[in-house]
Design a protein around this ligand. Structure first.
Ligand code: ADP
Ligand code: MG
Length: 354
């Protein structure tokens, strides 16, 4: 295989800005030095020359100095409603290729309500929702308790806890107050989906269109070719059901190594097919590229009907910890291979390899 100059662009937690009164989980979605080192090692094992560049404003200079053939981009960035799209926007301007989704998809996926509007337009199943910019906006009659309150534009379970499940108007208003004040962004309120938690990771790019096949054209072939799906992973929340029936920040960050991951998740083949197809449709309608992970809840009260929670076009890639890494491992693909698969998918998309 040809080798390339690859700039690894990421935001290290330790380089992130700090200020007084900032939420404790503010930078939980950024990357550790260990993750950066393992990504560099993986890319080097692929034969590539690579260097880590901090994905802040300095990359305008550092990336031009390094002159990469391609960037391996996992920047979450720090500020702004479309922060994950900022570094790709710079790379587009400089006409430097990069792995993964582009500006529009990254901006869209960071905004959960906006993503859900796109999913709803395509008849893809996502929980009923309402976006709140103010605490006292009237609740839409279609929204029935219990409801789930979360920030519109965060990840890694930030702002999610047992209190996110609200059963009364009073609890809802309390939670909205807290959420809007703390994260300074609209709060997303959804129907609470009681059930199991499953996530599907994939690498590749779709060959044909898949959107608008639900529910009308159920009989047509489901075109997913070009994407490789990893076995779905279930987070077994049963040991924590008392206090944390949701995949909360506390679970994701503090207990990551104590959680029970079931991978492959114990699901019927038909349901796995359905999840893969839905994941491909979400990938398509959101315009994702190269790699993504789609999160679902399976509704216990509707015969485990899958509901799409969100798409993560920048899924975590920490060895042994991140969901997609665990899923790839269940398919016999180690961290090094996964990282190089993502790189090769992007290189192929840009026509840099066959
Ligand atoms: N509508 C919902 N019903 C039940 N649980 C939910 C719902 N929305 C989110 N959750 C729980 O909160 C977790 C985090 O929500 P998610 O939308 O995936 O945000 P992120 O992973 O970006 O923080 C989910 O993994 C799930 O456990
Ligand atoms: Mg999620």
């Amino acid at each position: 295989m040809k080798t390339f100059r690859v700039a690894l662009l990421a935001n290290l937690t330790k380089n992130a800005p700090h200020w007084e009164g900032m939420p404790a989980d503010q930078w939980d979605d950024l990357d550790s030095e260990g993750t950066i080192q393992s990504l560099l090692a993986a890319l080097r094992a692929g034969g590539h020359t690579c260097e880590f560049l901090e994905g802040d404003i300095t990359i305008i200079d550092t990336v031009r100095k390094f002159k990469p053939d391609i960037c391996f981009n996992i920047c979450e960035s720090h500020f702004g409603d479309a922060r994950e799209a900022q570094v790709p926007a710079i790379l587009e301007k400089l006409q430097i290729p990069y792995t993964g989704s582009k500006v529009l998809c990254l901006a869209l996926a960071l905004d959960k309500p906006m993503t859900k509007r796109v999913l709803a337009y395509h008849d893809l199943p996502t929980p009923e929702f309402q976006s709140f910019e103010r605490v006292n906006e009237p609740l839409d009659p279609k929204m029935t308790f219990p409801l789930f309150v979360k920030p519109s534009r965060e990840g890694t379970g930030m702002g999610v806890s047992a209190q996110s499940i609200v059963k009364t108007e009073t609890e809802l208003r309390e939670q909205l107050q807290m959420m809007i004040e703390r994260y300074k962004q609209p709060a997303l309120v959804e129907t609470f989906i009681e059930g199991r938690e499953v996530t599907v990771g994939m690498v590749g790019n779709l060959v044909g269109p898949v959107a608008r096949r639900l529910p009308h054209d159920e009989s047509l072939p489901r075109i997913q070719s070009g994407l490789r799906f990893f076995p779905p992973m279930e987070v077994d929340l049963s040991p924590y059901l008392e206090s944390d029936a949701v995949y909360a920040n506390r679970l994701k960050v503090a207990l990551a190594d104590q959680l029970t991951y079931l991978c492959p998740a114990p699901l019927d083949e038909d349901l796995v097919d359905e999840l893969n197809w839905l994941a491909a449709a979400v990938f398509r309608v959101c315009g994702a590229l190269d790699v993504a992970r789609v999160d679902f809840r399976l509704n216990a009260n509707e015969d485990w009907k899958p509901y799409i929670l969100e798409i993560n076009p920048l899924p975590g890639l920490s060895p042994g910890i991140s969901d997609i890494v665990i899923e790839a491992a269940a398919d016999g693909i180690g961290h090094t291979e996964l990282v190089n698969m993502i790189l090769e998918t992007a290189l192929r998309r840009y026509g840099l390899i066959d």
